[in-house]
Design a protein around this ligand. Structure first.
Ligand SMILES: [Zn+2]
Length: 75
């Protein structure tokens, strides 16, 4: 089961990059991205970041709850 999830995760996020300017997702070969030969088909720049990294950042941000305003006890 876990292995299947891992495979699906790889299939969805492997070789997928996100445009730094317009956040479009682009499927591409990492080697080609490293050599900057992949361009965003929306805005045309070649600054892409891996989708995996974005997911990690989001999970860290949501893991720490906001302090103070979240408590509904004070009315
Ligand atoms: Zn773009």
């Amino acid at each position: 089961m876990v292995k299947k999830i891992k495979e699906a995760y790889d299939r969805i996020f492997k070789n997928v990059f996100v445009c730094m300017r317009c956040n479009a997702t682009i499927k591409a070969n990492p080697k080609k991205v490293n050599t900057k030969s992949i361009y965003c088909r929306k805005c045309g720049i070649n600054q892409l970041r891996p989708k995996n990294a974005e997911r990690r950042v989001v999970s860290v941000a949501t893991a720490s709850p906001p302090s103070g305003d979240a408590k509904p006890s004070k009315k």
